[in-house]
Write a protein that binds this ligand. Sequence first.
Ligand SMILES: *Cc1c(COP(=O)(O)O)cnc(C)c1O
Length: 399
Amino acid sequence: MQKPTYGRFGGQFVPEVLMPALNELEEEYERYKEAPEFLRELNYYLTEFAGRSTPLYHARNLSKKYGTKIYLKREDLVHGGAHKLNNTIGQALLAKYMGKKRLIAETGAGQHGTATAMAGANMGFETVVYMGAKDVERQRMNVYRMELMGTKVHPVRSGSMTLKDAINEALRDWVTNVENTHYLIGSVVGPHPYPMIVRDFQSVIGTEVKQQIMEKEGRLPDSIVACAGGGSNAMGIFHPFVEDTDVKLLPVEAGGCGMQVQGKTAMHSASLGAGEEGILQGARTLILQDKYGQILESTSVSAGLDYSGVGPELAHLAETGRIQPGSVNDQEALDAFHELCRLEGIIPALESSHALAYIKKMADTGELGDLVVVSLSGRGDKDLETVLKVKATAGDEKL
Ligand SMILES: *Cc1c(COP(=O)(O)O)cnc(C)c1O
């Protein structure tokens, strides 16, 4: 029995054969994470390849509408259009220092796969991405993007042919090829040390926010709002503020569609708010499961929030009361999506639109305070087809 890492959450619930690989990863990460040469190279890639730092943008029109000063942390401007590259650059560089030649990853909607393909191509890795055959079918453009960058996309035809089956295949590959292969996990999930490593690489978001808000406002914000799927953009922006207890940290989950869906499916993706303790992807955390402990598939209009669990550190911070989870439904997120387009000339990702919708929802309560930072985790160009489809089925003039 392994020791959990974050209160009763976290740990390493994996087959014995994987333990040497996890131990190696932890040791090597501890060795390099503060090494000047590693940090210099990491900073080079983040600046020159990813385009950091990203602006902390005062959204004047949005602020006016909701009567509180709102800043957007523009991760949508990172190369690739989302925060995901911060982590894939970090882990790819770590893999290079570890002497690995090959990167593997699993991807659901294809966004993490694409960010892995970018880092892999740039740093000269052989890159393989496992993806459920159903997802390969649904996400043809992302598959093509990955292939353009030299990544081999491996369709997984076992089980439900979706993300969880792709995870199993990636683990199987890792066990077999651990000598020369790094398994690049895409959010603050999985067995220790992954939640810590991904959080650290994403903390560049919060570190920049802290410096930028001090320069612009001379004080820390009253609250920080971020959407949470696995939780990497949320942990990344929250982490440097966890000790600053006057700053409210508000993760927002996908409340889904509220429609009846058949089979083993939850009606939402709100594992922080409505999940129960269980084991998912090698860690003890809060997950959506039925009374027999079977994982429920989540549902959300936004592919990036469609995950049945949440990172163990977020589960712990929620349990101890340091963060207060909220949720918004698909319609509220879609409304916020359109509102930001019109008011600020910025098309947000549907994931990020959940964070924006929470501002709208909470503005009247006064709980957000006078100075709010929102993590704009990604741009929405990838979501236009989804938005059009919803619009067509809803026949909703308002959209
Ligand atoms: C993947 C993704 C998310 C969700 O992932 P987290 O690990 O919860 O951050 C959120 N926003 C965007 C734009 C994404 O691509």
